[in-house]
Design a protein around this ligand. Sequence first.
Ligand code: KIV
Length: 304
Amino acid sequence: MAHLPARERDPSLEAAVSERKKMTLPGLFKKVDEKTPITWLTCYDYPTAYLQDQAGIDMILVGDSLGMTMLGFDSTLPVTMDDMVRHAAAVRRGSPNAWLVGDMPYMTYQPSVETAIRNAGRFMAECGCDSVKLEGGAEMADRVAGIARAGIPVIGHLGLTPQSVSALGGFKLQGKGAHQAKKILDDAKALEEAGAFCILLELVPDRVCQLITERAKHCIIMSLGSGPHAHGQLLIYHDAFALYPKFKPRMAKVFADAGAVIREGLAGYVKEVTAKTFPQPENWFGMPDEEYAELQRLLKENRS
Ligand code: KIV
């Protein structure tokens, strides 16, 4: 931590980050060619980004899900571009090496191609992102094409698209029926043709994900709850580490119960402060006797 004296930092952890190579677009496609699944997690803050970088995560998504996971809203809709810029820049500072994706929040790309390009540019210029992601299918192809033409790598997002949760009828599986599945396949083709280098499929049946992955020509297909056949997997960090108090989606696996560890630590803190067993001498700093005597003398002088 920045405020700790250098001797208390763990140099081996810092080395892990500095020795890692920066993930690039050719690096991601190399993993696809080698059939090595790409790892992707959401992240919204500096210390978590640091941990994810150490763990060797390939891609980090600063998702507008931060509206729910970090800000406590019931949906992603209230999230602004300024919220995203603040969080994405912090994540970049914590993770210099992962491929960083800025998630375009509600109404920052829907109004026009120009709005989309300007806001995508903010992620690149103000946060050091490597790419952006936006939701929607063929109807967003011109936004995707505009952003790609501006030289910004862009990711499409199909299936359950949380910004349209009202129109989709809730947070539920998309593309279960053949007609809806065909529409998702058509949308994936339209996004790839528009220049998306990657498409995220959220909560679609595994077979639909497999068909899209098999048909993709120059596009990386990522799965969130859409099965094992994609080129890689995405999870929401707060779901994977039991940090979101309201619910855990069925498809998310809890890899470690960080919530339980933190809760236990908090209870310990309350207990020790109450019992006066914290702090101990190693938790505070003393003052030399002669300085203290001088301080007493100064105080006495002031009184007279
Ligand atoms: O905002 C986000 O984290 C996302 C995921 C749900 C894919 O877009």
